[in-house]
Ligand binder design. Structure first.
Ligand SMILES: [Fe+2]
Ligand SMILES: [Fe+2]
Length: 206
């Protein structure tokens, strides 16, 4: 089997994502290392921040709080690893950019409706961002020229893979499984459209 087929198979079977990342993205990312590492660092910061927000908002949900508390530490640890990598390479942590990918996902989030529906969307957005990040890290870990960075990204890929399933599990803890599955399918379809609309840019993770 060709590596491309294997990747797209993985993307669908493991992560459920509908659209594999354009293979040209890795080459572009490698050419703008300071930008991609900066963007990656902020992705980790946002992952930590959104877990903190979920804990604040749903403090009465014991399982959610217990599951997400250590993820905050882990994501912040990821931020520190990326920061150290920038510094080691004498590159600078740049400014945080407008995150078009996340903003487009947020525009699909249920704003009104039931409290249950809002919780479901918040958890599924996190699951989706983890899944796509995992897929992008996988691409980097397989195709970067730099062997050190390939290994660096393999470790991130492994840890984000566990996060995406955790958010789905949490959704299924509080909401009927059939509802979760149905809404997850809507999200996967919507996300594929977002990825398509953003085009291929080497200075961003998504
Ligand atoms: Fe992370
Ligand atoms: Fe994560």
């Amino acid at each position: 089997m060709e590596p491309i087929d294997e990747l797209s198979l993985d993307t669908k079977a493991i992560l459920g994502l509908q659209l594999p990342t354009d293979p040209r993205w890795v080459n572009l990312a490698e050419k703008s290392l300071q930008d991609i590492l900066t963007d990656h660092a902020y992705c980790e910061q946002k992952a930590a921040t959104s877990c903190i927000s979920l804990i604040q908002r749903y403090s009465e949900k014991e399982k959610l709080v217990t599951a997400l508390a250590p993820i905050v530490t882990e994501e912040w640890g990821h931020f520190r690893l990326v920061l150290a990598e920038l510094q080691k390479r004498k590159l600078k942590l740049g400014r945080q950019r407008k995150d078009e990918y996340v903003n487009q996902l947020l525009s699909f989030e249920a704003k009104g409706g039931s409290e249950e529906g809002r919780l479901l969307d918040k958890l599924l957005i996190c699951a989706l961002i983890e899944a796509r990040s995992c897929e992008r890290f996988k691409r980097l870990s397989e195709r970067l020229e730099d062997t050190y960075l390939r290994n660096f990204y393999r470790r991130f890929m492994e840890s984000e893979a566990g996060h995406y399933t955790l958010f789905i599990d949490l959704a299924e803890t509080y909401i009927d499984k059939e509802k979760v599955r149905k809404r997850w399918k809507d999200w996967l379809e919507y996300e594929a459209g977002v990825i398509k609309s953003l085009g291929v840019r080497g200075d961003r993770m998504h």
